[in-house]
Design a protein around this ligand. Structure first.
Ligand code: GCO
Length: 445
């Protein structure tokens, strides 16, 4: 099962304009959490909460990317990718989430974008990858209209300064994770456990997204702008009608809630009924705001899911490989998902904005032979190509992630990087998967 399979695809088949990238997020790699005027985000606060992070870690240093920018840019360029997806730490450029801008924070992203330009690499910027300024959360966060207005101002300022230098901009990364893991399950910041709050946050984020889209277009009408969603195909765990129904609702909560709202301007009726009193309060203009047209949807795909009303699904039962996160390796799910999004929503353009895997790496004689990660990436590139063959306009693929990094509630225990990070010395060591990617992208594989 863990054998490296020969890639059944060639880079040439993707064409010359295909976007090949690696992805990161500010909070997970930058470190320098208290440097040059950056203020805390809700994730800094969450790290201080007893038991919230598996290894009790924080991001005071993380990968120290803030101080090792040039070295990391050289690693990105060395891979041979033509694109880099990164996020901006809002509280670095605007410590309180409103009020004064922090020029030192902007300087960092200016140097980052300049470094990409010098190396001929496209910059794909994400405005919000979960690190809401703590000062805004103190005033009610996503439940407060104020934070929503502040985000629009922040989006415009980023566009004013950097918009003309970007290949794309994304408003929010994974609103499902933000709302459900952060406000219903409470396992991510800010650690709230209330479904009605979670659904209101999910709604408010979509409204904010739509308003920000409009604001971005005012400043930078030619910039490709969209949103990034985490999605998986959901299957019932058995033929039992209760499982079938649950799978339908779970699909509604993770895929249709966002896609129906953005593309059709309404929430799925079955999910609204299911939520009952926990459904969000929707103001008159909200759905029009949410359905502001997007230029692309970014898809973050890692695995598929099974829904069950009984015992939780046993991930080993399919016999497929399982990653260190406990996620089944199922590349066909990516092709299936991309085809379904195209069929159901007629999306103009899709990009796979995150795809990758955590495995336990062994550093031996200065090398990491991460054959399982390499195979994972190959099989998902292959699935992406299959979707293109089936007519789906998927125009980019980004590996998650450039570096091993702070994996949220798992701390530093899970490694997703194609470049290894030694958290003592902060030394970077390219893993076999990254060497393979370089060879593949050079067209010689
Ligand atoms: C995501 C997250 C990443 C995670 C990755 C692995 O967007 O889901 O953006 O930050 O590290 O998904 O769990």
């Amino acid at each position: 099962m863990n054998q490296l399979t020969e890639p059944s695809f060639s880079k040439a088949e993707f064409g010359d304009n295909f976007v090949w990238g690696v992805a990161t997020a500010a909070f997970q790699i930058e470190g320098a959490a208290r440097t040059d005027g950056r203020a805390p985000s809700i994730w800094d606060t969450f790290c201080e909460k007893e038991g919230a992070i598996a290894d009790g870690s924080d991001v005071l240093i993380a990968c120290d990317h803030y101080n090792r920018l040039e070295e990391d840019l050289n690693h990105i360029a060395g891979l041979g990718v033509n694109a880099y997806r990164f996020s901006v730490s809002w509280s670095r450029v605007q410590p309180r989430g409103d009020g004064p801008w922090n020029e030192k924070g902007f300087d960092f992203y200016d140097r980052l974008i300049s470094g990409l330009e010098q190396r001929g690499i496209q910059a794909h910027l994400t405005l919000f990858h979960w690190d809401l300024p703590q000062a805004l959360d103190d005033r009610g966060g996503w439940l407060n209209d104020e934070a929503m207005d502040c985000f629009v101002v922040y989006a415009q300022e980023i566009c004013r300064r950097f918009g003309h230098r970007l290949a794309s901009i994304c408003t929010f990364n994974e609103p499902w994770v933000i709302s459900i893991l952060g406000y219903e399950q409470g396992v991510f910041a800010p650690g709230i456990k209330d479904r009605s709050v979670a659904m209101q946050v999910a709604h408010n984020i979509l409204v904010t997204h739509g308003r920000a889209m409009r604001a971005i277009r005012e400043v930078t009408p030619d910039l490709s702008a969209g949103i990034v969603l985490n999605m998986s195909p959901i299957y019932p765990a058995s033929d039992d009608p209760a499982d079938v129904e649950k799978a339908k609702i779970d699909d509604g909560l993770i895929v249709r809630w966002y896609m129906d709202a953005i593309y059709h301007g309404r929430y799925p009726a079955d999910v609204i009924t299911y939520l009952g009193a926990d459904g969000p309060m929707i103001k008159e203009t909200d759905m029009t705001d949410i359905s502001e047209p997007v230029d692309f949807v970014g898809v973050n795909y890692y695995t598929r899911n099974f829904s069950s009303t009984g015992n939780p699904w046993d991930v080993t039962s399919t016999g497929n490989q399982v990653t260190d996160m406990g996620w089944e390796v199922y590349p066909d799910g990516l092709c299936e998902l991309l085809c379904r999004l195209n069929d159901d929503y007629n999306v103009g353009k899709l990009m796979v904005t995150e795809n990758g895997a955590a495995f336990k790496d062994v550093l031996e004689d200065g090398q990491i032979n991460d054959i399982e990660r390499q195979s994972y990436i190959q099989s998902h590139i292959s699935a992406t190509l299959e979707a293109r063959h089936r007519g789906v306009p998927v125009e980019g693929y980004f590996v998650w992630s450039l570096l091993d990094n702070f994996e949220w509630a798992s701390g530093y225990e899970k490694r997703f990087g194609i470049i290894h990070v030694d958290y003592e010395s902060l030394e970077r060591t390219p893993k076999a998967s990254s060497l393979w990617l370089t060879e593949y992208l050079s067209g010689e594989s």
